[in-house]
Design a protein around this ligand. Structure first.
Ligand SMILES: [Zn+2]
Ligand SMILES: [Zn+2]
Length: 285
């Protein structure tokens, strides 16, 4: 039973107006501290783009990475994984890194020219720093009532991965469906599911529905993270907002790749239940 959860946003794209001493950079990292039956669990979801930013902000926010129990990589893009080696140096012990095997695929974007977009390290480098890669396509249990979803089922026509994401299969450039995209799900006692997304490349609605499916619980307590609606058209944004309204979460904290248009619509629809989160934001559930 999870009694209490605290989310510390360690890396995010936007400046935190309330905390000028916190650095921002393109990317995301969220520290999850959960209390279950008097045990504390520390899970890091993603590591931002650079070690410099995540370590600076972690220091300013009193985060001690040596307490981490596991690192979960939401997917294999550099803006969620680039700080990994520097975090591992602070962990100073072997630690589980939970990720989907496709996160290790070569990843590219061609916009406007070819750029590397994958994990900027080799498996060997990660292992040399004490990271034990636990590759799983299925649901990964992290603690009592806390899971990494693994590959998220895609069950609607709206949530498509933009064409610009590419990978290589059989020596050919092909569209990267980003099947590696996953989220954290926490069953908060008496409240419902807290869903923490990285980029939600699989779609935030697919993510929520999959969280409900794997837990067998329907109540959504809160959704926090990147919703990747930055490239979405109006139809998809409207549909997302309406389905979220039906799910009726008590709290929505959006950031990173959610995009200005979607942030505005979420703010209009959810009012006080909606918060735009930045690096330096601390949320308690
Ligand atoms: Zn991404
Ligand atoms: Zn991202």
């Amino acid at each position: 039973m999870v009694d209490e959860v605290e989310l510390k946003i360690l890396v995010e794209d936007t400046k935190n107006p309330a905390k000028p001493w916190i650095w921002s950079e393109h990317g995301l990292a969220i520290l999850v501290k959960a209390r279950t039956n008097k045990n504390e669990v520390f899970i890091l979801l993603d590591t931002g783009t650079t070690g410099k930013t995540i370590l600076h902000n972690a220091y300013k926010m009193n985060v001690d990475f040596s307490k981490l129990n596991a690192i979960v990589l939401s997917h294999g893009h550099y803006d969620h994984t680039g700080g990994l080696l520097d975090v591992l140096k602070c962990v100073e012990k072997p630690i589980a890194i939970v990720l989907h095997p496709d996160a290790l695929k070569p990843k590219f974007v061609v916009k406007p020219r070819i750029r590397l977009a994958g994990i900027p390290f080799t498996k060997w480098q990660i292992e040399q720093h004490g990271g034990k890669l636990l590759l799983s396509r299925g649901v990964a249990p992290l603690a009592e009532d806390i899971w990494a979803t693994g590959q998220i089922e895609r069950t609607n026509k709206f949530e498509k991965v933009p064409e610009r994401f590419l990978t290589i299969e059989k020596e050919q450039f092909v569209h990267d469906e980003l099947f590696d995209d996953q989220a954290l799900v926490i069953d908060c006692a008496g409240e419902g599911l807290l869903v923490v997304t990285g980029c939600a490349h699989a779609g935030v609605i697919n993510t929520i529905r999959y969280a409900q499916k794997i837990t067998g619980k329907s109540r959504i307590y809160a959704v926090v993270g990147g919703f990747h609606l930055v490239e979405a058209d109006e139809e998809r944004i409207e549909w997302t907002v309406q389905v979220l309204k039906e799910a009726d979460p008590k709290f929505i904290g959006a950031c990173h790749c959610t995009g200005k248009k979607a942030l505005k619509r979420l703010r209009e629809e959810f009012g006080e239940k909606f918060v735009e989160v930045h690096a330096g934001t601390v949320l308690s559930f």
